[in-house]
Design a protein. Structure first.
Length: 160
């Protein structure tokens, strides 16, 4: 039977990302985001709950996070839940739950959250997207690789 481990979050950064580097030279960005839900209880009183999520990106997306994300910015995250277990110096088993990010998109406009951006983990290796210029959203149907070519535009040098 197939299984799915997929998380989608929209929230605000609780702090600026921390960037570190693996021995391989790959960047790792760690930060937290807050998600808040609001509801009215049975007495009609407004209730609110905020959950904090640890987020980690590796690779090109981590570099983008470190460069563009700032505390308080709204952000869209896709990834998977990961549980890390270890035993500390006193022999106590510890568990850490985090979201290993696959995709990040900055939300908000110039005043509310910085540049609009799509980032896909390993983007530089797989031709993924990189940050767009400030205030210039992507046109519908356009890709980050550039404008689409018409079928009658030819780049090759076929002699016939």
């Amino acid at each position: 039977m197939a299984s799915v481990n997929r998380v989608t979050l929209i929230g605000n950064l609780g702090r600026d990302p921390e960037i570190r580097y693996l021995p391989s030279g790959e960047a790792v960005a760690s930060f937290s985001i807050a998600t808040t839900e609001q509801w009215k209880d049975k007495n009609g009183n407004k209730q609110e709950r905020t959950d904090w999520h640890r987020i980690e990106f590796i690779g090109r997306t981590a570099e983008i996070c470190g460069e563009y994300l700032k505390k308080g910015m709204p952000v869209y995250i896709e990834g998977r839940i990961q549980y890390d277990k270890w035993t500390d110096k006193e022999g106590v088993e510890k568990t850490l739950t985090k979201i290993r990010g696959d995709r990040m998109q900055m939300l908000g406009g110039r005043g509310g959250g910085g540049p609009s951006s799509d980032a896909d983990d390993g983007a530089s290796d797989r031709g993924g997207t990189t940050p767009r210029s400030m205030g210039q959203p992507m046109a519908a149907g356009a890709s980050a690789a550039g404008p689409k070519k018409r079928p009658d535009d030819f780049d090759d040098d076929i002699p016939f």
